[in-house]
Design a protein around this ligand. Structure first.
Ligand code: ADP
Length: 164
């Protein structure tokens, strides 16, 4: 059984993330979506909220699990018996840091492969931070994130916007 890990901060999950996870689930026996517990930037949503959104929107995929992780990704992958890390690539700008990360991980554990999947055309511009900024300034994120995330963003950022 080949287990793949899709890591990220998912603050919050976007349709771009979902596309990568769904395509990964169609290839590998099992996919662990690993939610980074302590991203370097202060997250908008708690790790529990980020995981909850992912669980809800991925409930239709029986071979996908959503878990938390912290620390070194290769150590986490090893602890889960996962041989593959799958990352999405949006633009050339993603390439440099992903390249660096993949080579570092390879050095730390040569048994674990990092595989890159190209973003779907319609999501190539999409990032969690772009969506948060959009909502903060009153834009409508429908079509960029799942409906339950639209509501959660509006609830959290709409309140901030109006200073409540
Ligand atoms: P972000 O860069 O949006 O904060 P994360 O750290 O949550 O994203 O990213 C988790 C993974 O999902 C990364 O491999 C990232 O490249 C990928 N990803 C994020 N957004 C997209 C997208 N729109 N299309 C393809 N892959 C994406």
């Amino acid at each position: 059984m080949t287990i793949a890990i899709c890591p990220g901060s998912f603050d919050p999950v976007t349709n771009g993330h979902l596309d990568i996870i769904e395509r990964t689930a169609a290839i590998f026996d099992k996919v662990i979506v690993a939610v980074l517990e302590n991203p370097s930037k202060e997250p908008l949503f708690s790790a529990a909220e980020r995981r909850y959104f992912l669980q809800k929107v991925l409930a239709h995929l029986p071979n996908v699990e959503v878990e938390y992780f912290q620390g070194l990704l290769v150590n986490y992958a090893k602890s889960k018996d996962a041989k593959v890390i799958v990352k999405g690539l949006r633009a050339i700008s993603d390439f440099e840091s992903e390249f660096q990360m993949a080579l570092t991980n390879k050095k730390m554990n040569p048994e674990i492969e990092t595989i890159f999947m190209m973003t779907a055309n319609e999501y190539s511009f999409l990032s969690s931070s772009m969506v948060k900024e959009l909502v903060y300034f009153g834009g409508n994120p429908e079509g960029f994130v799942p409906p339950l995330v639209v509501a959660a963003l509006e609830e959290k950022l709409g309140r901030r916007r109006s200073g409540k």
